[in-house]
Design a binder for this molecule. Structure first.
Ligand SMILES: NC(=O)c1ccc[n+]([C@@H]2O[C@H](COP(=O)([O-])OP(=O)(O)OC[C@H]3O[C@@H](n4cnc5c(N)ncnc54)[C@H](OP(=O)(O)O)[C@@H]3O)[C@@H](O)[C@H]2O)c1
Length: 261
């Protein structure tokens, strides 16, 4: 990582645990100021405490507790974040893997909710911070996706997740083309298979509900030692963030990343 991130302000969604927390810590290590967003205040406070322990995040990280599924909470979050000043780096990491199950059994409201969290929220945050970035002639947007976008057939009964991640990737690549040459880069990051609460939650589900194939697949990842740590995954994002590449789909370094998670 270069020192190009020093003194930048970075907003990381889903920064209370897992990959988002590891990305936030890595950004702080690189000298960035942090804005941490998720629903669970206690988890965000833990991340903030970890930053403080390491003497990172000059002036203290700003914590925003909000449900990104709710439009009014997104708007409020954006106002709070921008009140601090320009956002230079946006990592749209928060997501839901739910709803899982037979596609015919998924209520429309749950599908809509998944799109709110995984697609509309990243787009709303991006469009709010983009003008500041283009005015400054520098900005970094990374949308955390999944290998499922490359192979949607690999996760039957994960239709909402596959569809939302594919939509997020299309949005990302399209936007990168639109803002090419402005100094703002927009990229996708597929983090690989990472041992986080999301993986743990899937393993804990009833195979009868989510499907034995999907359940077995995720149980196998853990049993076979195929999961990488959030820190290992975050490193793959952080090492590319300072560069000029845009419109790319970045994969985590681990070979498991090439396969859908
Ligand atoms: N783990 C993997 O193997 C894997 C593989 C491929 C892709 N990914 C992607 O990597 C990203 C991070 O996943 P993870 O494994 O680190 O998951 P995680 O441990 O479940 O963390 C998800 C984070 O997002 C936040 N979040 C979820 N829903 C939210 C909402 N409605 N509003 C605000 N914040 C919300 C969560 O906090 P609250 O619950 O407190 O809101 C949490 O901080 C996701 O985009 C995921 O799709 C993960």
């Amino acid at each position: 990582m270069t020192d190009v991130l020093a003194g930048r302000t970075a907003l990381v969604t889903g920064a209370g645990r897992g990959i988002g927390r590891a990305v936030a810590l890595g950004l702080a290590d690189a000298g960035a100021d942090l804005i941490l967003l998720a629903r669970s205040a206690d988890q965000l406070e833990e991340t903030r405490a970890l930053l403080a322990e390491r003497g990172l995040a000059r002036g203290g990280a700003l914590v925003i507790t909000a449900d990104l599924a709710q439009e009014e909470e997104r708007t409020r979050s954006i106002e709070i974040a921008l009140a601090r000043g320009r956002i230079d780096v946006l990592v749209n990491n928060a997501a839901t893997v739910e709803p899982l199950g037979a596609t015919t059994e998924i209520p429309a409201a749950e599908l809509r909710w998944a799109f709110e969290v995984n697609v509309f929220a990243p787009i709303a945050l991006t469009t709010a911070v983009l003008p500041g970035m283009t005015d400054a002639g520098w900005g970094r947007v990374v949308n955390v996706s999944s290998g499922i976008a490359a192979r949607p057939e690999a996760m039957p009964r994960g239709n909402a997740y596959a569809a939302t991640k594919a939509a997020l990737e299309a949005h990302t690549i399209n936007l990168a083309a639109e803002v090419r040459g402005t100094g703002v880069t927009v990229n996708v990051y597929r983090p690989g298979r990472v041992e986080t609460a999301m993986q743990e939650w899937i393993r804990a589900q009833d195979p009868a509900r989510i499907g034995a194939a999907l359940h077995g697949r995720f149980t196998h990842f853990a049993a076979a030692g195929e999961l990488i740590s959030p820190e290992e995954s975050a490193a793959g994002l952080l090492e590319r963030l300072g560069g000029q590449e845009t419109g790319a789909v970045w994969e985590a370094e681990d070979p498991a990343a090439a396969r859908p998670a």
